[in-house]
Design a protein around this ligand. Sequence first.
Ligand SMILES: [Zn+2]
Length: 129
Amino acid sequence: MKLNLKQKKYIDNKLFCLSKSKFRSSFKLSKKLIDYIDKNGFDKIEEHAYDFIRKNISSAYPLNDGKQTPMKNHPVFIAQHACGCCCRGCLEKWHNIPKGRELKENEITYLVALIIEWIKREYNRKKEI
Ligand SMILES: [Zn+2]
């Protein structure tokens, strides 16, 4: 996905705000999940991010809302928690996307871009250690 400068800045700023939250910044990628990224590549991870966002949080009233995103087993799940994209309550709180309506296509694109950027930064951070 290609982002313009304004979108990049917006995501950069959002990640900065998220990093100030003790809870949000407590999410990290395990060695197992870093290996998973190495095996699958970022394009595949991005496909999964679209899938999870569409299936689990994009409808007006998602199933099990608030509990639909696991805390482990996929880098996208971890990133969803880290980025406030795990349920409609968090989308409202962190991204001003109101509950009770379907997500728009540009919102889905934005959430996926945010998630992928978080994963890339976390991946690079882990690779430097
Ligand atoms: Zn949530």
